[in-house]
Design a protein around this ligand. Structure first.
Ligand code: ADP
Ligand code: MG
Length: 368
């Protein structure tokens, strides 16, 4: 089932991205894009102009880094550092690499700013609902069983000191599925910048970061999928210099229990999968932030998410509630990078967010 999911995801993402990213080196008939499988999804490097001759070098560098990160961060690998932290919960600290320590430290910001709605210790609940190695429950799953696992959730129980990490309570588990791919994109981005890449786009399962320009000195373009129709997009984002984008949706990974569909993002306040959101796309200055915030805002929903976004002027978001008629809510900053499909222009609504740091009269963002 997981393989089927990945295969269909890969095909759809490749189709959409290749439709949108114009090839950059066709004049010289050089390849512009390399794709491969990494971290349970597809990865791609796309280049333009003078970078075409370095495509192989950039792709093999990114491939090696992603493999290394997967070996450290994946809960699907029993001897990854994260799996070892989980196996040693309540027993002893585990030595970790710089990458693992860095991503765990970065996570703190998103846990705090989301009031705990983003929390990598969500793993026991992710599994209870049948994801990431868990068995899909039947209809008899009751509220008491769900609630009883809430005591195993809490980033405050993760102790980071020096080069070790420790979950101080037995039965706690980490799952970096909401942030690790974004982090991996940033690690590759940093490395490619050291290698003096000029025009490049890195993509890991829809977590994307760009540098420079695509062909013809145009901004890189990324399609945003319509959550209600996997074969179409709702619009296109233009990305420039160092910008990143990520999407969290309810349409790729879900389980069906009874006749209800449950997505793979869990609200740590209730223990239940989020039900009223279809998709959240975030643009920010780093891929780790776009990844973590798309998951966080998926849980927070529009009104609370708008308030959090008003504290993050570098972070722009698009929300699609899971109901009809289709409504697409965008922050002002998002609208500046987004071109909706012409037939959807009157489904777009702007979220009013204001930035207290810049405007002392601002009381915080409110949806219209
Ligand atoms: P994807 O991994 O499909 O790109 P996301 O970035 O939104 O989508 O991450 C979803 C994953 O994040 C889940 O599969 C799970 O591993 C993890 N997760 C689920 N709920 C939360 C949460 N509230 N906070 C942090 N991580 C979560
Ligand atoms: Mg995410």
């Amino acid at each position: 089932m997981e393989m089927k999911h990945f295969a269909s995801q890969i095909i759809r993402e490749i189709v959409i991205i290749s439709l949108i990213c114009a090839p950059g080196c066709s004049r010289r008939k050089e390849p512009v894009k390399e794709t491969w499988l990494a971290m349970g999804t597809f990865a791609a490097i796309t280049v333009a102009d003078q970078d075409c001759e370095y495509l192989d070098k950039y792709a093999s560098t990114a491939r090696d880094l992603m493999r290394e990160l997967e070996n450290s961060l994946s809960v699907f690998k029993p001897d990854s550092e994260v799996s070892r932290i989980n196996q040693s919960a309540g027993q002893c600290p585990v030595p970790v690499s710089d990458y693992t320590r860095e991503v765990l430290e970065l996570t703190r910001k998103y846990v705090e700013i989301s009031g705990g709605c983003f929390d990598p210790t969500i793993a026991p609940l992710v599994q209870l609902w049948g994801f990431n190695g868990g068995t899909v429950p039947d209809e008899s799953l009751d509220e008491t069983s769900v609630r009883s696992l809430l005591r195993c959730i809490g980033y405050g129980h993760l102790v980071l000191s020096g080069d070790s990490a420790y979950l101080d309570t037995p039965d706690m588990q980490l799952d970096l599925g909401g942030i690790a791919k974004g982090y991996a994109v940033d690690v590759c981005y940093r490395k490619l910048m050291e290698m003096k890449a000029e025009n490049v786009m890195i993509n890991l399962g829809g977590n994307i970061r760009c540098h420079g320009m695509s062909r013809g000195n145009k901004p890189w373009k990324v399609g945003v999928r319509n959550p209600f129709d996997p074969h179409s997009i709702i619009g296109t984002i233009s990305l420039t210099e160092g910008m990143a984008v990520a999407t969290s949706g309810n349409y790729e990974r879900f389980v069906t229990i009874g006749n209800k569909r449950y997505a793979h993002i869990i609200d740590p306040r209730t223990g239940y999968p989020v039900r009223d959101m279809a998709g959240v796309t975030v643009i920010s200055t780093s891929a780790v932030e776009a990844d973590a915030m798309s998951t966080a805002l998926f849980v927070l929903s529009i009104e609370e998410g708008g308030k959090v976004l008003s504290l993050m002027p570098q972070c722009h978001a698009l929300f699609i509630p899971d109901k009809q008629p289709l409504r697409i809510w965008v922050t002002h900053g998002f609208a500046q990078h987004f071109t909706p499909e012409p037939n959807l222009a009157n489904h777009i609504f702007e979220l009013t967010t204001c930035y207290p740091n810049q405007d002392p009269h601002c009381a915080g963002g409110q949806p219209q």
